[in-house]
Ligand binder design. Structure first.
Ligand code: APR
Length: 406
């Protein structure tokens, strides 16, 4: 339901109006803000957190070639050109042995770029502010109203607690799955949700990578994953029972379990180090349809949540932000609303393709709960999929195309 405006909110048309109000300063909001700013569109970004908190969030860091091209096309690639590292090999470890896929030589023949997301967000923020972009930190959007008309309003609780009403022509909700954009959807909006029934203990270790590849290990005790973040930071995942507390296992237990599941005795020891961040993530997905509701647009995680199994989240956010950014420029600068009218349809096609591959990866790497089914039958199917990936060139090309595609 659209929330009502808070009665005591005041509108200060001088400093508080904008053609576009962007809620959220993550990858989606900052790519969008930079594109609008570079085309002279008057926009303001509202971010409830403080700047250092936004820049300090260790999140994803696995960028597909399309994301790098979006950053290059919009002059946002300075940092990634200097510090990004290409990555093009993944290694699967199973009961039947291990195999590697050099996906740079498969599919479209393109690699990922490893670049920590907090560095990307810091680059985007610097560029936006250097260009004179307006952003309000500590400003929490608490409601979006009148989105069904041409002057939607965002009620904002400013850092000093003062409620302010910001009027705009359009509102871009780049505020994640729990943001105000989703809370302000009209009754007709649909949310398609899937709980995959799998949980990961996500770990960030102050240790150099143990493999020169992204490691996916399928093991009877559960999945384990290895992804380099930088020369001295490595991300690991351990499948755990849903509801497991992030601090349930000691560092020693974690490293022992990782060594067991990654078959370190057969393929070489892991390089351990202090575990500096832990979080349990329940793998789930959801998609909002449509992504446009009058003057309100959903972007990034606000539009669709995707599981980390295929590392697509930040890449989808950047893709959608570019599509919306240029569509808003067409409308506001050139008076052509057609791209805006197609925003939802265009982005949903990419979102559902990414959701499908993400689900395929989950089924490949995990024994999924299915109370009614024959678990041995499912297990055999899973190993057949892994064998096809190991042995079939066409399966490998399909994998590579989807793995780095968006
Ligand atoms: N008012 C203002 N800001 C808000 C509000 C609100 N009501 N709610 C959320 N925010 C801010 C958050 O503080 C955060 O900075 O919106 C931002 C949302 O950023 P992300 O969660 O990074 O979402 P998005 O830009 O869509 O990027 C999505 O990037 O975080 C990675 O891989 C992750 O898939 C995810 C992708």
């Amino acid at each position: 339901m659209t929330e009502s405006e808070s009665p005591e909110a005041v509108c200060d048309p001088g400093s508080d109006s904008a053609d576009v109000v962007i809620v959220g300063a993550g990858p989606a909001g900052l790519v969008l803000g930079n594109i609008l700013l570079s085309h002279g569109v008057d926009c303001v970004v509202l971010e409830r957190a403080a700047r250092d908190s936004v820049e300090g969030r260790a999140r994803a860091g696995f960028l597909v070639p399309h994301t790098v091209r979006v950053l290059e096309r919009n002059g946002l690639d300075t940092g990634i050109r200097r510090r990004g590292r290409e990555h093009g090999v993944c290694e699967f470890r199973t009961e039947d042995g291990r195999f590697r896929l050099d996906y740079r030589l498969l599919g479209r023949g393109e690699p990922h770029t490893v670049y920590p997301q907090h560095d990307l967000v810091a680059d985007l923020l610097d560029r936006y502010l250097d260009g004179g972009g307006r952003i309000r930190f500590g400003a929490e959007a608490v409601a979006v109203s009148d989105a069904d008309g041409p002057t939607p309003a965002v009620t904002v609780r400013e850092a000093d607690g003062r409620p302010v009403l910001r009027r705009a022509r359009y509102v871009a909700a780049c505020d994640g799955r729990h943001g105000v954009g989703r809370r302000s959807l009209p009754p007709g909006a649909a949310r398609h949700h899937r709980d995959h029934g799998v949980s990961w203990l996500g770990l960030l270790a102050e240790a150099p990578p143990s493999l020169d590849a992204v490691g996916y290990s399928v093991h009877p005790r559960g999945f384990a994953g290895h992804m380099a973040r930088s020369a001295d930071i490595t991300r690991y995942y351990l499948q755990c029972a849903p509801g497991t507390r992030a601090d349930a296992w000691s560092d020693d237990h974690v490293w022992g379990e990782l060594a067991l599941r990654m078959r370190a005795s057969a393929y070489g020891p892991l390089v351990s180090g202090p575990i500096v961040r832990r979080a349990v993530v329940d793998l789930e997905s959801d998609v909002i349809e449509p992504l446009r509701h009058g003057s309100l647009f959903l972007v990034g995680d606000a539009a669709a949540l995707i599981s980390p199994s295929a590392a697509k989240g930040a890449n989808l956010a950047v893709l959608e932000a570019e599509i919306l950014g240029h569509a808003l420029v067409d409308d506001l600068v050139h008076g052509d609303p057609r791209a805006l009218d197609r925003y939802s349809e265009r982005c949903l096609a990419h979102i559902w393709r990414a959701q499908e591959f993400s689900r395929w990866m989950i089924r490949l790497l995990h024994e999924l709960p299915d109370p009614g089914g024959d678990s041995l039958f499912r297990e055999r199917l899973r190993y057949a999929r892994l064998a096809a990936l190991r042995d079939s060139a066409s399966a490998q090309h399909w994998f590579a195309e989807n793995y780095v595609g968006i």
